[in-house]
Each structure stands twice: as structure tokens, then as C-alpha cells.
Design a binder for this molecule. Structure first.
Ligand SMILES: N[C@@H](CCC(=O)N[C@@H](CS)C(=O)NCC(=O)O)C(=O)O
Length: 343
């Protein structure tokens, strides 16, 4: 059901919030952004304590709190017409889904890692983020919030798999992703072609933090990839973009730079998602694999096990003919392993 102003609770420091606000602007869906729990005090609580939270009206008009950006985007597609972020061709819709999940589940490792691993980044995030809920909080209170919030976040680095062993893997992958995106943007304005897909918003959301906020990754981006820096700022508000009906990249004219991006996904996200699923299946206490010849080790992450299942459901829904078309795009990128039948 369409609402006059769709309530969304989140924070400028949350990459998933930035993903969704940018998407709402592009889609021209009117919303009201609630930047603290206090602003949403009258609204229902979501089942899981994550942001952003969307408050959708049910049949009776009562608001229901929902989290998880990927299914929320699909719900918005059903409820609001026009300016779609999902390509009509199911093969390109799968590529978009995969790159969206890469943004949400892999790039977020770089985002969380840089923010809570290095002193300069911890200092910046710890000092600024506590002001987002209420900018007038007195300094003495901010000092306490800063210490408590930073400690909590640093203690959770293990969740995304950031540790002394994986730091180099995460940082190398961030730099390679920036380089691959930079090459792609020389040819096309968006990941998905001449109009943005949900993958664009997922990657841009993480990059708002990496490229614009946290000093260590921001320095890397500004020094080597000014084009990507500019892209992130532009994608934040695409409400004025004229959408071309045939603007999505096409499977039978698949951009070489998009293949290169899929190869990057195949180097990192793919081995880690597969090793995570194996560890969960076998009840292991550690995920162990290699990424680009270097060790990856982290605690199993049940939510990312579900992400892989959802991706496989997307694949299973394709017709036989579309599977063949998609398989030929994925062949040799490493991503074909995600959907290959078990051996
Ligand atoms: N899969 C979720 C992830 C959302 C998420 O992880 N949000 C972070 C903030 S960016 C969060 O709320 N973390 C818990 C916390 O900060 O307490 C989505 O796509 O919306």
C-alpha cells in the first residue's frame, strides 16, 4: 500500500541507510527520515535490531516495522510503479542481484574493517557518530557514548571477518574493486548500464562511508580514484535522472568492464561465501579458505549462509534458456561456482 510519506528510521553513518535513501530518491518515493530511536518512539519495533527500518502500512493501515534492504527493495518495486531498479531481463536481474549482495555482504567488510581497525578511523567514527541521533548532546555525554560505542564496534570486528590475518585480504580487495569500478565508469555511468540497478545503490551505500568518511579508505579513493569519489556523490541523489527504457546493460552485449567486476567478485566474495556455507553445514567453529593465495579465517556467519541460499533461489527461478545465457556470462569469472550443482 502506498503511503503519503513512507517512514524510514536510520542514520547517516549507516551504509545500508544511505543505500536506501538514495534508492528512494531515485525512485521518487516520498519518505520521512527519522534519525533517532526517539523520533520513532511511537512506531513499532522491528523483529531484529538493525537499521534502516521501514514502516509499511498493512491492509488495515497499521504500520509494520521491516528490516533488510534487499527484500524491501523488491517490495517497493511491487508497491510503487516506474523507475525500476531491477532489469526486466531475468539474466541481468540475476547479475544485479549478485552485485547487490556483493556490495551488502563483501564491501561491508571493508567498511567495517577500516572504520574500527585503525586508530585514526576509530577516532573519527567514535567522535562523529554519537552526534547523529542528537547533535546537541553535551560533550561530557558524547565522551561516554564515544567510548562505549567504539568498544562495542571493535569487539564486533570478528563478525565481518576482520582480523590481523584477513586485514590485507580486505584492503587489497577494496583497492581492486575501486580500480575495477573506475574502469567501468569510464564507459558507463552506472554498474548496471545507463540507468542504476539496486546493485548501484548497494555499492554506493558502502562507498559513502569508505570514500567520503573514514580517513584511511577515503585517502586511498581520493588519491587514486577521483572518478569513483564523484560517482558516489552523484548516485546519492538521482531524482533528476532521465530514465531510458533500454538503459540497462544487455546480456548479449555484456560490458567487458562488468565481466571484470564479476571476476573481482569471484576472487573474494565467492570463496568466502562458499567456505562459510560449508562451515555452517559441517558445524565447524571456523571458516578457513584462501583468497588470492592468502589465508581467510573467521567465525561462521549464519546470515551470509542465508544470503547464499537466497542467491541460489534466484538462480533456480530462471528458465532453462536463461540459465544457459547466464552461465555463459558467469563462465570464467569464478561466480559460476556459486550456482554450480554440488560435486
Ligand atoms: N542486511 C541488512 C543489514 C543492515 C545492517 O547491518 N545495519 C547495521 C548498520 S549499517 C546495523 O543496524 N547494525 C546493528 C547495530 O548497529 O546495532 C540490510 O540490508 O538492511
Amino acid at each position: 500500500m502506498q503511503q503519503d510519506l513512507l517512514p524510514v528510521r536510520g542514520s547517516p553513518g549507516s551504509p545500508y541507510t544511505r543505500k536506501m535513501l538514495a534508492l528512494l530518491r531515485f525512485r521518487r518515493i516520498p519518505y520521512r527520515f527519522l534519525q533517532s530511536e526517539r523520533d520513532a518512539a511511537e512506531l513499532p519495533q522491528p523483529k531484529v535490531g538493525l537499521i534502516p527500518v521501514f514502516y509499511f502500512a498493512d491492509e488495515a493501515g497499521a504500520l509494520q516495522a521491516e528490516v533488510d534492504s534487499t527484500p524491501i527493495i523488491r517490495r517497493l518495486e511491487d508497491e510503487y510503479a516506474g523507475r525500476s531498479v531491477i532489469p526486466a531481463d531475468p539474466v541481468m536481474a540475476f547479475v544485479n542481484y549478485l552485485l547487490e549482495d556483493y556490495g551488502d555482504e563483501w564491501l561491508t567488510k571493508a567498511m567495517f574493517h577500516y572504520r574500527w581497525y585503525y586508530d585514526a578511523d576509530i577516532e573519527m567514527a567514535g567522535s562523529v557518530l554519537p552526534h547523529y541521533a542528537d547533535v546537541s548532546v553535551p560533550d561530557e555525554q558524547i565522551a561516554k557514548l564515544k567510548a562505549a560505542f567504539s568498544e562495542r564496534q571493535i569487539s564486533r570486528l570478528y563478525v565481518v571477518g576482520s582480523n590481523d590475518t584477513t586485514a590485507v585480504v580486505i584492503e587489497d580487495s577494496y583497492k581492486r574493486f575501486l580500480a575495477a569500478l573506475n574502469e567501468h565508469l569510464k564507459a558507463l555511468p552506472f554498474l548496471m548500464g545507463r540507468r542504476p540497478g539496486s546493485a548501484d545503490f548497494a555499492c554506493m551505500g558502502q562507498l559513502t562511508q569508505l570514500v567520503q568518511f573514514d580517513p584511511t579508505p577515503a585517502r586511498i579513493a581520493a588519491a587514486g580514484f577521483p572518478r569513483v569519489h564523484a560517482w558516489v556523490s552523484k548516485v546519492e541523489d538521482l531524482c533528476g535522472l532521465q530514465v531510458e527504457a533500454d538503459g540497462f546493460a544487455e546480456a548479449d552485449d555484456f560490458p567487458a568492464t562488468l565481466s571484470a567486476l564479476l571476476q573481482e567478485v569471484g576472487r573474494t566474495y565467492v570463496p568466502v561465501m562458499l567456505a562459510n556455507a560449508r562451515a555452517l553445514d559441517q558445524g565447524l567453529s571456523q571458516v578457513e579458505t584462501e583468497v588470492e593465495g592468502k589465508t581467510w579465517t573467521q567465525e561462521p556467519f549464519p546470515y551470509q549462509g542465508k544470503c547464499l541460499q537466497w542467491l541460489r533461489i534466484e538462480y533456480a527461478r530462471l528458465s532453462t534458456e536463461d540459465k544457459i545465457r547466464l552461465d555463459s556470462l558467469l563462465a570464467g569469472t569464478g561466480c559460476e561456482r556459486l550456482v554450480a550443482p554440488p560435486d
